[in-house]
Design a protein around this ligand. Structure first.
Ligand SMILES: Cc1cc2nc3c(=O)[nH]c(=O)nc-3n(C[C@H](O)[C@H](O)[C@H](O)COP(=O)(O)OP(=O)(O)OC[C@H]3O[C@@H](n4cnc5c(N)ncnc54)[C@H](O)[C@@H]3O)c2cc1C
Length: 434
């Protein structure tokens, strides 16, 4: 694996016997401390041995993040779920100071300059957060609203929006979906009309994660009346401009700790320089951005599934029915074995897609398959596991219930299952020709 500057730093430290610690939580990215050659792994199936894509540095990165999750996030999750929001600026500052919001972003803009396999490792570790809303909000910041800016944005734009987002000083959101256009991104109606040195934006966005707290939006808007795949552009839109209106915070089935907003734009003026890359290339940029989003989503849900299986094993081992543990009933342990097998299949697919992606391949087909399978499997798995908890599985006291609610989104958001099937069919050349 080619190691860039940041990776090299990690590698050197690992080789020197120093344990890799990213942060002192003081805003200084210190690499130091604690000698340890064997990082603790978070998932039952992980080993530090011959891993397909992870090195000791990946596991060290995961362990550093795990400490933040255990100290700064998990103790507050229940409170944030009840409040239907979480303090994004506070948590992003902690994560940004430690480098976790820009793992694969350029070093000159505050990133760690590592390859995307490290982002996948981070996404997996974020699955240890005991709700879906907070990791989703973090994923929007690190891997959904910023990849296009990092790849195609001008130096000035990256300095103004990317750097503070990576450092955790600004909260980002992604404005693609609208009231009338979710799956069919090409039919969005929001317009950005050029007037002199400015674009004037009118329209609105729906389902905007981080929307009530965001400082800027990665906005997809129509910039001409041309063909739908050539008439769109991406912009960095500051959310405090006159004409930006947060219409409402949306009440949801799950993902309670994540704020989801509907946003309107009424004659919002932004400088022409706020366009990401070339005018008319927004649809293409967004489709590329979706690749990372989909790999991120699959990675994140893997750990959630590992954890739910483990917690279900623990619970059913101590809970007795008909004079023996629930777990000892063959239908229970066989089902768990089958589900764990499916999880391992998804892990293999994800890691293969990631390995190909960091070598520069187009992995749209594999990423779509991973997203499809992740969404379907987590629904099946959380439903099956919840069943084995009996009445407890119907209470708000256990993680499986929250996972059951939260992960329902995966088959809908970021491209529904049917959209994934359409993409896969396209790559299989089985779509009917028009
Ligand atoms: C909690 C939450 C957070 C979100 N965060 C964001 C965000 O931050 N930014 C953002 O831009 N969007 C966000 N979204 C929007 C999300 O990506 C869309 O909801 C999703 O793309 C589906 O669009 P839609 O809701 O308009 O459903 P529709 O497009 O109306 O689709 C309805 C259903 O039609 C079916 N369908 C779709 N395509 C096909 C097909 N080709 N063939 C057959 N059936 C099909 C699917 O079952 C789909 O669920 C979020 C959504 C939610 C619920």
């Amino acid at each position: 694996m080619a190691l860039r500057e940041g990776a090299l730093r990690v590698k050197l430290l690992a080789n020197s016997g120093n344990f890799y610690k990213l942060t002192s939580f003081l805003g200084v990215r210190s690499l130091s401390e604690n000698v340890s050659s064997k990082p603790v792994t978070s998932s039952a199936s992980e080993t530090t041995g011959d891993h397909l894509i992870y090195t000791a540095e990946h596991f060290a990165l995961k362990e550093s993040l795990r400490k933040i999750i255990d100290q700064e996030i998990n103790p507050y999750v229940d409170q944030w779920e009840a409040e239907r929001t979480f303090p994004a600026h506070k948590i992003f500052k902690i994560l940004g100071s430690a480098g976790f919001l820009g793992v694969n972003k350029p070093v000159e803009y505050g990133g760690l300059g590592l390859d995307f396999s490290y982002s996948v490792a981070v996404a997996e570790e974020l699955g240890n957060i005991r709700c879906g809303g907070v990791p989703m909000a973090i994923g929007v910041q690190s891997d959904m609203a910023t990849p296009a800016l990092a790849r195609f944005g001008s130096a000035e734009l990256k300095k103004e929006f990317l750097l503070p987002s990576i450092m955790g000083d600004k909260v980002a959101c992604l404005g693609v979906s609208e009231v009338g256009a979710g799956s069919d991104v090409s039919s969005i109606k929001t317009k950005a009309v050029r007037q002199g040195d400015e674009y004037v934006i009118n329209g609105g966005k729906m389902w905007t994660t981080n929307g009530t707290q965001a400082d800027w939006m990665c906005l997809l808007a129509n910039t001409s009346d041309g063909p739908p795949h050539r008439n769109k552009s991406l912009f960095c839109l500051p959310m405090n401009l006159p004409g930006v209106q947060i219409a409402r915070k949306i009440d949801k089935l799950g993902m309670w700790s994540s704020d989801t907003a509907e946003v309107f734009f009424d004659d919002v003026r932004i400088p022409c320089n706020n366009i990401i890359g070339q005018e008319g290339m927004g649809f293409t940029y967004q489709m590329l951005q979706f690749q990372e989003e989909r790999l991120w989503a699959a990675a994140n849900v893997l750990t959630v599934m590992d954890n739910i299986i483990q917690e279900t094993i623990q619970y059913t081992r101590q809970r007795k029915i008909f004079k023996q543990p629930v777990l000892y009933h063959q239908t229970v342990h066989f089902r768990l074995a089958e589900l764990q097998t499916e999880v391992e299949l998804l892990r293999s697919l994800l890691h293969r897609a990631t390995a190909l992606y960091i070598k520069g391949n187009d992995v749209t087909k594999l990423a779509s398959m991973a997203k499809l399978k992740g969404g379907r499997l987590v629904r099946e798995l959380s439903d099956s596991c919840l069943q084995f908890w009996g009445g407890m599985g119907f209470t708000s006291d256990v993680l499986v219930t929250r996972v059951y609610r939260d992960t329902r989104l995966m088959s809908i958001g970021g491209g529904a299952d049917e959209v994934m099937l359409g993409i896969i069919s396209k790559y299989m050349d089985t779509l009917p020709r028009k």
